[in-house]
Design a protein around this ligand. Structure first.
Ligand code: IPD
Length: 267
């Protein structure tokens, strides 16, 4: 496990350096994906290519699932789940909240059943490195981190995010509109992997999002759990693409109660 995690760290750090170097030169939109605002830059593709190349060389039998199209079924039972640049819109605008996120999971590459083993999230702008191994705790730049102590929801700082489909994000915003009167405030930082890392290190009390992709949370979710946080899906489901909430367990319970009457299912 240590060896696999060290490999994860070294690839994520190298990938973050590449993303930062490309950002210095300047970034342009290469293409739109699911909608006009869902963009990919050449750097997203280049960083994914680098990560895949490194993984194929070191671990030829493992599967790889990447945001920018990589889908390789392995034979080892292990899959690397990559977001080469999470926070692509921040990256485009040079807002310093974009990250390389690499998770290693065991089992089918399905968040409902997989077992995360290693997670690394590197903020490519700041160089901050969040990491965790299953059962081994979570760290930020090598120092152990914990989620913030429990607070009442009324004083909780809650992160969230929005997808790229216009009608869907309006429904997501309607959920936030209901919640914002019951919590300290809302943050939309723009990179799910960093939102999760922020919960793990106590910079946010909670984070939730409806409609994440597996690569947005494969690494960050493990980091939250290893920092003493809990993860929740909607109404007892496994946390995942439909709904994911991460927080100190007591804060999570209160936020789930606040959200119970909201039309999350219709989002
Ligand atoms: C997005 C970011 C954003 C979240 C979206 C994600 P991308 O990922 O994590 O914060 O709200 O749901 O799709 O497109 O920047 O890799």
């Amino acid at each position: 496990m240590r060896e696999l995690h060290d490999l994860n760290v070294s690839i994520a750090v190298e990938a973050a350096e590449l993303a930062r170097a490309r950002r210095r030169v300047g970034v342009a939109v290469a293409a739109s994906k699911s909608s006009l605002v869902d963009i990919v830059t050449e750097a997203d593709r280049e960083v994914e290519r680098l990560v895949v190349e490194r993984l194929r060389a070191a671990r030829p039998d493992d599967g790889i699932l990447g945001e920018e199209g990589t889908s390789i079924a392995g034979t080892s039972g292990l899959t690397w789940v990559i977001d080469p640049i999470d926070g692509t819109v921040n990256y485009l605008y040079d807002i310093p909240a974009y990250a390389v996120s690499i998770g290693l999971v065991e089992g089918d590459p399905d968040p409902a059943t997989w077992q995360p083993l290693s997670g690394v999230v590197v903020n490519a702008a700041s160089g901050e490195r969040f990491e965790a191994t299953r059962g081994g705790g979570a760290t930020l730049d090598g120092r152990p981190i914990r989620v913030a102590d429990a607070v009442p929801a009324a004083t909780a700082l809650v992160g969230t995010g929005f997808g790229y489909d216009a009608a869907r994000r309006q429904r997501q915003a309607a959920i936030v509109q209901e919640l914002i009167g019951s919590v300290r405030d809302i943050r939309r930082i723009g990179a799910a992997a960093l939102d999760l890392a922020n919960v793990a290190s106590g910079r946010l009390n909670a984070y939730f999002e409806i409609g994440l992709q597996p690569w947005d949370f494969a690494a960050g979710a493990l980091i939250v759990e290893e920092a003493g946080g809990s993860l929740h899906g909607w109404q007892g489901e496994a946390p995942g693409s439909r709904f994911l909430l991460a927080a100190h367990p007591q804060v999570a319970a209160e936020i789930l109660e606040l959200m119970a009457p909201l039309p999350v299912e219709g989002v």
